[in-house]
Design a protein around this ligand. Structure first.
Ligand code: GRG
Length: 296
C-alpha cells in the first residue's frame, strides 16, 4: 500500500510537469501538438519518470530537481510506443486503453507526433531549468546517457532486432540482446540519470546501473508473461500479439515457469544491488518487487 501511495504522488507530480512542458497550442501546428498530447496523456504508468525521481531520492537528492529529465524520459518512451504501433511496425489498434495515435490522427501525423516528442525530450534536457540547478557537465553526461539508451546502441537497436527476427529462430543470447536493448536500456537510463543528477558518486552510479539492468529485463519478462496471462481490458492493449506475430519472447523460448523463475531471480539481484543504500532507496526496492506483481 505504501508503494501505491508513493507511485500516485509521483505520478501526479509527473503529470503536472508534463502538462506544463507541452501545453495545447493555437495556430497551424495545433493538431500536431494535440497528437503529441493525446498519447502523452493516454494513461501511462509513468514508470520511467518515477524511476528517475526515485533514483535521485535514493542518493539523498530532491525529486523535483530532476523533473525535466523525468519528463524527457516519458517523452522518449511515448514516442517509442507511437512508432511501435504504426502499421509499418507492429500495427496495433489499442494502446493505453485507447485507439492508437495513427488510428486517430493518421499515419503521417502519428509519425510526426513521435518525432516531435523525441526531439522535444532533448530540448527539455538542455533547458536552463536543469542546467541552472545542476552542474552543466553533469547535465551533458546525462544527455549522453539518455541519447545512448534511446538510440541505435539502445532501444532503437532492440526494436530493429525485434522486427528483423519476427518468426525466425532465436537463441537465449539474441533474446537477452533484444530485451536489454528494447526495454532495459531506457529503464536503466531512467534510474541512473536521476541518481547522477542528484550527485551520485561512481560506486553508486554502478550500483544503480546494475539495479536498472536487472529490473529492465524483469519488466520485459513480465510484459511477455502478461501478453499470455493478462487481459486486454486491464493492460489497455491487445494480448496474444506476441504469439500471433511470432515474436521472440522469454515464454516462447524458455516456457512460462522458467521465465517466472528468471524474473524472480532478477528482482532479488536488483534488490541486492542496492544493499549499500539506506531507507531512501526503499521505493526502488518496492518497485523491483512490484514488477513481478504488476497486472498492467
Ligand atoms: C519505435 C524505436 C522504437 C522503439 C519501440 C517501447 C518499444 C520500443 C516498443 C513497445 C512494445 C513493447 C511491448 C515494448 C516493451 C517495452 C514496454 C513493456 C513498453 C510498455 O511500457 P509500459 O508498460 O507502458 O511502461 P505505459 O503505457 O504504462 O507507459
Amino acid at each position: 500500500m505504501a508503494l501505491q501511495a508513493y507511485l500516485k504522488e509521483k505520478r501526479e507530480m509527473v503529470n503536472r510537469a508534463l502538462d506544463a512542458c507541452l501545453p495545447e497550442e493555437e495556430g497551424p501546428a495545433s493538431r500536431l501538438v494535440s497528437a503529441m498530447r493525446y498519447s502523452l496523456f493516454a494513461g501511462g504508468k509513468r514508470l520511467r519518470p518515477i524511476l528517475c525521481m526515485a533514483g535521485a531520492e535514493a542518493v539523498g537528492g530532491d525529486p523535483a530537481l530532476v523533473l525535466p529529465a523525468a519528463c524527457a524520459l516519458e517523452f522518449i518512451h511515448t514516442y517509442s510506443l507511437i512508432h511501435d504501433d504504426l502499421p509499418v511496425m507492429d500495427d496495433d489498434d489499442l494502446r493505453r486503453g485507447k485507439p492508437t495515435s495513427h488510428k486517430v490522427f493518421g499515419d503521417a501525423l502519428a509519425l510526426l507526433a513521435g518525432d516531435g516528442l523525441l526531439t522535444e525530450a532533448f530540448s527539455l534536457l538542455s533547458s536552463p531549468r536543469l542546467s541552472e540547478r545542476v552542474a552543466p557537465q553533469l547535465v551533458l553526461r546525462v544527455i549522453g546517457l539518455i541519447s545512448g539508451a534511446a538510440g541505435h546502441r539502445g532501444m532503437v537497436a532492440g526494436q530493429a532486432v525485434d522486427i528483423q527476427f519476427e518468426g525466425k529462430p532465436a537463441d537465449a543470447a539474441l533474446l537477452e540482446f533484444l530485451h536489454t536493448h528494447k526495454t532495459g536500456a531506457l529503464i536503466t537510463a531512467a534510474v541512473v540519470s536521476g541518481a547522477m543528477l542528484a550527485g551520485a558518486d561512481a560506486a553508486r552510479v554502478r550500483a544503480m546501473t546494475e539495479y536498472g539492468r536487472k529490473i529492465g529485463l524483469a519488466f520485459q519478462i513480465s510484459d511477455d508473461i502478461l501478453d499470455i496471462e493478462g487481459d486486454t481490458a486491464t493492460l489497455g492493449k491487445k494480448t496474444g500479439a506476441d504469439e500471433e506475430k511470432k515474436k521472440i519472447t522469454y515464454p516462447s523460448l524458455m516456457g512460462l515457469d522458467r521465465s517466472g523463475e528468471i524474473r524472480s531471480r532478477l528482482v532479488t539481484e536488483a534488490v541486492n544491488a542496492l544493499k549499500s543504500f539506506d531507507h531512501r532507496a526503499d521505493p526502488l526496492r518496492e518497485i523491483a518487487r512490484y514488477i513481478v506483481e504488476r497486472k498492467k
